[in-house]
Design a protein around this ligand. Sequence first.
Ligand code: PSU
Ligand code: MN
Length: 300
Amino acid sequence: MMKLTPELTTALTQDRPTVALESTLICHGIPKPENADLARQMESQIRIEGACPATMAVVDGTVRIGLEAEELQRLAEADDVAKCTTRDLPMVMANGGLGATTVASTIYLAAQHGIGVMATGGLGGVHIGGEQSFDISADLQELQRSAVTVVCAGIKSILDQARTMEVLESLGVPIVGYRCTELPAFYTAESGIDIPGVDRLDDLVQIIRCHKALNLPCGLLVVTPPPQDLALSGSETAKLVEEARLAAEQSNIFGPAQTPFMLRHMASASHGRTVQLNMQLATANATLAAKIATRLSSPR
Ligand code: PSU
Ligand code: MN
């Protein structure tokens, strides 16, 4: 029911660095055909840094830890890929279908297989109005019980940043900024929320080593701002988010469909700029995750 690529099996048995990647970003976050380019780019950046990528997905009912290039292409092109947070995996496996993993299911599977670092674009969290709807991404709960370092550009812009930070605090998930002391908010570096930050990779890796030494059951969040040349201002982002939120409300889109709907809406309203930005920041995060994994696996 689960299959690892030979490359990954070798890397794990030889204690070589590995980085987990999700596939919801590819199948539901970025439009075709750029999504396939992004999937390849993220994997190739990880290899350039000397680590082994492990993109997670369900293919014909089998949970895949690492994908072959043809399978990655097939998933990127397919229209019938289910968005799978951890609880959705058994159904998609039993149906023999295709499934894309979210941050939640990716870190669950990573932790099960001894992969300690993952990269994505933006983390899920408390949706705007979540205090009424209870729409809170399973990414947060899963971070509480899967000891994986997640590298991202903060919490997705479409979410309630302050409430998401409160939940992360309640769940006991550490958060550290890399080259920032303001929480980045995915498309923008501006959230107005202060976080602890470090500027040097060695200092970041030391914090992760300390987290591991404590043997806590939870993951650790590393957040880093989106690339400056493409990043949006806080006000540009707020306007795009509000338009997308109203559109979702008017079309009665909620639950798991809401995040993909709003990302698509913002992509078209920004004439593709958010897609370029999402691709660049996801690739930068994959590179940083691989640098972390490589340092963690080499003796100090
Ligand atoms: N980051 C991106 N694009 C995405 C996502 C993250 O740049 O599409 C996905 C991740 O898979 C994350 C999911 O786990 O969105 C959160 O969805 P929800 O809010 O429905 O839990
Ligand atoms: Mn949700």
